[in-house]
Design a binder for this molecule. Structure first.
Ligand code: PSU
Ligand code: MN
Length: 317
């Protein structure tokens, strides 16, 4: 059996994801840019595996999404995950690149924008990532705003993240998310998280404390026909965050270097994340790992709760 509407010459859905979608078992979509471009080797594969494991341990099926040799892969086996982590021809893929890359037979790792699109195409409603893309500092001159924002404005999916990357202009990003009708819920907090930092300094309009409440809101959004995404903002505890002074110092240096080397476009985010990993001697990497694992765990709990409530009753049962 195949997932409804997904043609098998273009989509390869892993058997366990296919079975989960068919039976109404909880599935959590996971992005792959974080593996190929967001984390250094060899830690990237270890973290990707750890993230899948935590999703499973909470009773959901992980569906890491990527493009391999022209086909969309929804759910990666060990070999495919290894390819995303280690192949040198894996490009960073946003929504606009999807058709071009698949038609040309290329391989790539999907951003939040592209992953959201493909997840919703496959009928997956919950997605976990680290931090969203957003409006870059200096955007007044560079016009650099992540396509994650516009993608989320048109994709009805629930995204668990630790806010937006702290390398961004958080205030401007929050304004754009409001304009774009993207819902934001603080999970257990009134403060919008700052990715490496527990608190970005900005508050959220709504806060919930339970996965039941998130599921209630997801159900209401479906019934109301709200077609934008819901962001569940989940901060690290303060004792796990990156030291704020170190963060400030490393970010200033990274922005200076990016400007000096004329880094632009889709290279900016990987450049800055890599700078953080080097300049903090791995401290930011540890923080990043914790962020992703925690987000995946919460996403799995939300997905399990939501699946229980929305699963069609068994025929004849
Ligand atoms: N956050 C991370 N690591 C990452 C990214 C975000 O901690 O690698 C990736 C995500 O895939 C996100 C993308 O969608 O960066 C945004 O890139 P850009 O700013 O070029 O839109
Ligand atoms: Mn950009």
């Amino acid at each position: 059996m195949t997932v409804a509407g997904l043609e098998s010459d273009l989509f390869v859905v892993s058997p366990e994801v296919e079975e989960a979608l068919r039976s109404g078992t909880a599935v959590v979509a996971l992005e792959s840019t974080i593996i190929s471009h967001g984390l250094p080797r060899p830690e990237n594969l270890r973290v990707a595996t750890e993230v899948e494991d935590i999703v499973r341990s909470r009773g959901a099926i992980p569906a890491t999404i990527a493009i391999l040799d022209g086909r969309v892969r929804i759910g990666l086996d060990e070999g495919a995950l290894d390819q995303v982590a280690h192949r040198d021809d894996i490009v960073k893929v946003s929504t606009r690149d999807l058709a071009t890359l698949t038609a040309l037979g290329g391989s790539g790792a999907t951003t939040v924008a592209a992953t959201s699109h493909l997840a919703q195409r496959a009928g997956i409603t919950v997605f976990a990532t680290g931090g969203l893309g957003g409006v870059h500092r200096e955007a007044r001159d560079s016009w650099d705003e992540s396509a994650d924002l516009t993608a989320l404005s048109t994709t009805p999916i629930t995204v668990v993240c630790a806010g937006v990357k702290s390398i961004l202009d958080v205030q401007a990003t929050l304004e754009r998310l409001e304009t774009l009708n993207v819902g934001i819920l603080g999970f257990g907090t009134q403060q919008f998280p700052g990715f490496y930092l527990s608190d970005s300094g900005y508050t959220v309009g709504w806060s919930v404390d339970s996965v039941e409440a998130v599921s209630d809101i997801m159900l209401a959004r479906t019934r109301l026909g709200v077609s934008a995404a819901l962001v569940v903002a989940y901060p690290l505890p303060t004792d796990a965050q990156l030291d704020p002074d170190l963060h400030h110092e490393v970010l200033e240096e990274g922005l200076r270097r990016a400007a000096a080397r004329n880094v632009t476009g889709k290279d900016v985010t990987p450049f800055l994340l890599d700078h953080f990993h080097r300049a903090t001697h791995g401290a930011s990497l540890m923080v990043n790992e914790q962020i992703i694992v925690r987000n995946a765990e919460l996403a799995a709990r939300i997905a399990v709760m939501h699946a229980t409530r929305t699963r069609a009753p068994e025929a004849g049962g």
